[in-house]
Design a protein around this ligand. Structure first.
Ligand SMILES: Nc1nc2c(ncn2[C@@H]2O[C@H](COP(=O)(O)OP(=O)(O)O)[C@@H](O)[C@H]2O)c(=O)[nH]1
Ligand SMILES: [Mg+2]
Length: 385
């Protein structure tokens, strides 16, 4: 295969002793690329990039991780995870974690509550999809492997990506020498996981950016109102002209936000499509153009709400109340009344943008089903390298 290698970042997670470092060594085809040890936490705090290696047309960049352990350390783990994913999300898709592998020791046959609570669940809440690798299957009893697989399916659903591997060849007490297996399957599954994970992550980050953008636009509209009506609010003319300026401001702020969200998501989707196409080309020598039209719902129209409500009715009520409350009090009250009215309007604009954006992201996800099926079939049936 000619052409530049495509970098993919693979994060390997799991408890201390689960077999993370051994799995990375096995992927390399080397015994001691990364130091592994019998249960000792030989990998220190943080996520550690390992030197990349080439596989087909990919340049795989593994990240070994600090093993998760029960107790106080689990809190540090939560912080590490949160900080890393936060940082990760601000970068270009090329720098995100593309595939995530979670190692589970099959000879233990169970999933601990704390690894479920501290890592598996938080990761999926962050829009990450993991491959569950049952390690040490070369020596674990088949019943234990089945029990563990069943538990993982119960916790994560039937659609979970799961694979059994043996990454160390070991001479057992019985004298039997175990065989390594699962490398090629794992590398293929990484191709499928990559796209699933990136799409989920894209949706998650877009939701977050929408929320942050909404909060900022809301703030800015209120600040504008406060500046316009000022400390001398009693002299402000609360008529059509002010209303027109407010409407323009709101439409500008929220319109700009909608356009920015749309542009970001489209750009990222293009990147994800490009990576997926390259993976397919490398594995199956198939050219497949992921359809950019799958975000048809994400039109500028739906991303940009318009502020349509009218001040007229309100003005009428306000005028009639003026005669009752007295002229000066009425003038002071006006600034706050208008502000309250504006708040109500903004709440509606916010929820309209949030709703249309959510719809757009959902339709983006639904549009992936067909692409996913194709990718899955083609990758898993591709000839061995
Ligand atoms: N037989 C066998 N032993 C394994 C396998 N994976 C890991 N081990 C052993 O389990 C121990 C812990 O592995 P290590 O990779 O250091 O775990 P980490 O803490 O998650 O990085 C080491 O003694 C490895 O040799 C495997 O697939 N098969
Ligand atoms: Mg390790």
């Amino acid at each position: 295969m000619s052409g530049a290698l495509i970098r993919t970042n693979v994060l390997v997670l799991g408890k201390t002793g689960a077999g993370k470092s051994s799995l990375i060594n096995y992927l390399y085809g080397l015994k001691d690329k990364v130091r592994s040890g019998a249960g000792a936490p030989v990998t220190s705090y943080g996520l550690h990039p390992i030197e990349p290696f080439a596989y087909r047309n990919l340049l795989i960049c593994p990240y070994d991780s600090w093993g998760l352990e029960e107790g106080a350390q689990a809190l540090d783990w939560e912080r590490l995870l949160h900080d890393e994913m936060q940082r990760n999300g601000q970068q270009a898709v090329a720098d995100w974690f593309h595939s995530l592998i979670y190692c589970l020791d099959a000879s233990r046959s169970r999933l601990d509550d704390y690894e479920k609570d501290k890592i598996i669940t938080p990761f999926s809440h962050l829009g990450c999809r993991m491959i569950f690798v049952l390690t040490k299957c070369d020596k674990a009893a088949p019943e234990k492997q089945e029990a563990l697989e069943k538990t993982v399916r119960e916790v994560l659903g039937e659609g979970v990506q799961l694979l059994r591997t043996g990454s160390v060849s070991e001479t057992l007490r019985s004298g039997r020498q175990t065989q390594t297996f699962g490398r090629d399957e794992l590398l293929r599954l990484m191709g499928v996981n990559l796209r699933d994970n990136l799409i989920l992550r894209l949706q998650y980050l877009s939701r977050q950016e929408c929320e942050a953008g909404i909060a900022a636009a809301y703030r800015s509209c209120l600040d504008y109102y406060d500046a316009q009506t000022g400390a001398l609010g009693i002299f402000t003319h609360y008529g059509d002209e002010l209303k027109a300026r407010l409407v323009a401001r709101i439409n500008e702020e929220f319109g700009r936000l909608g356009a920015r969200l749309l542009q970001t998501v489209t750009g990222r989707l293009d990147e994800i499509n490009a990576i997926s196409s390259q993976v397919l080309l490398g594995y199956a020598q198939v050219r497949f153009d992921f359809d950019p039209q799958r975000i048809g719902h994400l039109s500028e129209e739906s991303a940009m709400p318009r502020w349509r409500n009218d001040f007229q009715d309100y003005l009428r009520t306000l005028t009639s109340s003026l005669s009752v409350s007295g002229l000066l009090g009425g003038m002071f009250a006006r600034r706050n009344d208008y502000r309250r009215l504006l708040l109500g309007e903004l709440v509606e604009v916010k929820s309209r943008l949030r709703e249309s954006w959510e719809q757009a992201l959902q339709s983006l996800g639904e549009g992936q089903d067909e692409a996913r099926r194709q990718l899955h079939t083609l990758l898993l049936s591709a000839p061995h390298s």
